[in-house]
Design a protein around this ligand. Structure first.
Ligand SMILES: CC(C)(COP(=O)(O)OP(=O)(O)OC[C@H]1O[C@@H](n2cnc3c(N)ncnc32)[C@H](O)[C@@H]1OP(=O)(O)O)[C@@H](O)C(=O)NCCC(=O)NCCS
Length: 148
């Protein structure tokens, strides 16, 4: 996909697809009228402390389709699918100005932390209706993310 400057994100998606963390029902794509994929939002299995959460990444929209609501559409669809599946918590690493609109707040407020240094506020978490106080703790990302 052309949304990112290099091949890293496409390689990441390919690697995630082959990883046990891949959850086919929770990876959403947006297509144009001809069926071409113009955006995607992936949710993969993320270990959080001793419990199970989801990582939202990567989210990408083709350049000519950006700022038209496609990103918002695929992210909302992915979060709804996660909610319907009874998932409890979603973690994202990204711009708080963008992800705040979906209800993400700084992860530390849910006692969730990341394994890496990121700018203040960039690691964010969203609790879903099934959330019962867990999971919380340190996130262990699927192995393909370590190569990014
Ligand atoms: C970031 C991205 C996924 C958003 O998807 P999108 O379909 O373009 O966004 P939407 O149309 O749903 O929302 C548009 C709003 O999001 C915000 N926004 C869009 N891109 C943004 C960015 N890179 N950073 C912060 N906010 C952004 C703006 O507020 C924008 O509203 P505006 O056009 O009125 O200013 C997409 O632009 C993309 O793939 N960008 C390139 C890759 C990238 O920068 N990824 C970073 C992910 S955090």
């Amino acid at each position: 996909m052309a949304a990112f400057p290099g091949p890293d994100e496409a390689d990441l998606v390919d690697a995630l697809r082959r990883d046990p963390a891949w959850l086919p029902d929770l990876s959403l794509v947006a297509v144009d009228d001809s069926g071409l994929v113009v955006g995607h939002a992936l949710l993969t299995r993320l270990r959080v402390g001793k419990g199970k959460g989801l990582a939202l990444a990567p989210v990408a929209v083709a350049p000519e389709w950006q700022r038209k609501g496609v990103g918002e559409l695929v992210v909302r669809a992915a979060l709804t699918a996660a909610e319907d599946a009874g998932e409890k918590l979603v973690v994202v690493l990204g711009d708080p100005d963008y992800y705040g609109r979906f209800g993400f707040i700084p992860a530390q407020r849910h006692e969730v932390s990341g394994p890496f240094e990121v700018p203040e506020g960039y690691l964010q978490a969203l609790t879903l209706p099934a959330y019962d106080g867990s999971p919380r703790g340190l996130c262990h990302y699927p192995e393909p993310f370590e190569a990014v």
